[in-house]
Design a protein around this ligand. Sequence first.
Ligand SMILES: Cc1cc2nc3c(=O)[nH]c(=O)nc-3n(C[C@H](O)[C@H](O)[C@H](O)COP(=O)(O)OP(=O)(O)OC[C@H]3O[C@@H](n4cnc5c(N)ncnc54)[C@H](O)[C@@H]3O)c2cc1C
Length: 392
Amino acid sequence: MERRKFFQLFSGVAVSALPGIRQASAAPRRVGIVGGGILGGSLAYHLARRGAEVTVFEKTRPAAGATANSFAWINATFSKRPHHYHHLNRLGALGYRHLERELGGDLKVQWGGSLEWYGVPDRARRLRQQVASKQAWGYPARLIDLAEFEKLESGVEPGEVLTASYSEQEGSIDPVHTAEVLLDHAKARGAEILYPCEVTGLDLKWGRLRGVATTQGDFELDVLVIAAGVDTPKLAAMAGLKVPLIESPGVLAHTKPAERLINRVVLSPGAHMKQKLDGRLVAGMGFGSAPVTEATQEEGERVLASGKTYLPGIGKLELERVTLGYRPLPRDGFPVIGFSEGVPDVYLSVMHSGVTLSPVVGRLAALEILDGIEVELLDRYRYARFEKKRSS
Ligand SMILES: Cc1cc2nc3c(=O)[nH]c(=O)nc-3n(C[C@H](O)[C@H](O)[C@H](O)COP(=O)(O)OP(=O)(O)OC[C@H]3O[C@@H](n4cnc5c(N)ncnc54)[C@H](O)[C@@H]3O)c2cc1C
């Protein structure tokens, strides 16, 4: 497949007037996607929208994997470094604004930003530095005083505050709802969503893909996209690729629906919290905290107790369920996106922050897959970086 470099940065506006793109009739038509999570959903939607014949193979049911167990905060905030990765996440957030419009109101995003604060000098100083560095990149994050804090979230009792920040363009979604909406819109454009349907083998000859074997039979394909979350290494191995992921569990506590306590993503020193449109509050203990690998009632209560220190209203809420999810986290923390040398018809799409990134990844992947273009913005996220490390 001939691919040309595409130097125009995806600017958040529909990409148009691309120079010298291969005619649609010569593009691969039959695209299979392994995985019906948020990335599979976005890829299916963007590919079907562009006229590809899309088949999604999902081994259990849509949004059953990491997507179902995600906190689902849309952000490009402080952990999103260096600049290229921050930028990609910003485009992801921007992509949601596009999708909201494109999907005619079916997709519900809770905008409103995120609040973070610390009363401990070290952490407060770091937050100030983080805000300053994000501002230098033009990111709308700023320090706020207590009066503004109170106006933004009157139900929160922050305790000692040395530094508080507000990142106003962030938001959150219900990840299952979002994946389902994307798959529904893909279906409306002709995509087939098969489940339960597990991909059990790849039919490859001389490195070229002929199709896949599944629990619902064999399918002929031109391109296979692997968006199988933590199962990606298993699928990639069928094509001779070794995708290294790190184990990264995360527990969330979900309450029963309740009256509104918070309106934005609240990143307290104890727990991160959000309240969904249906009134359910979701809380977790932070990416960096000691990994917990059991979704017990006690763990759920512990998370809520930690949140209650800063949001006393939690005391009135009832724990409904506790979830444990594994982040599809590549070894170096960055996404793995794109075709790889040697297996030119297999496209990889695995990443943490897949909630934030799925709109931009879906859109750019459709360009790469259907137009034979290499989007420069994705160059840092190629699989080849792991092969180079192995051979050096
Ligand atoms: C606790 C937690 C908190 C998170 N918080 C955030 C956050 O705040 N913001 C953010 O942006 N991201 C967050 N993430 C990460 C984000 O949720 C993931 O990056 C994203 O959901 C990955 O989506 P996916 O579609 O790639 O994978 P998944 O949702 O795991 O989907 C993969 C699908 O592939 C299917 N599959 C696997 N093997 C096969 C096969 N052989 N055949 C057919 N189907 C198969 C699985 O059944 C699964 O449904 C969080 C994740 C966790 C666990």
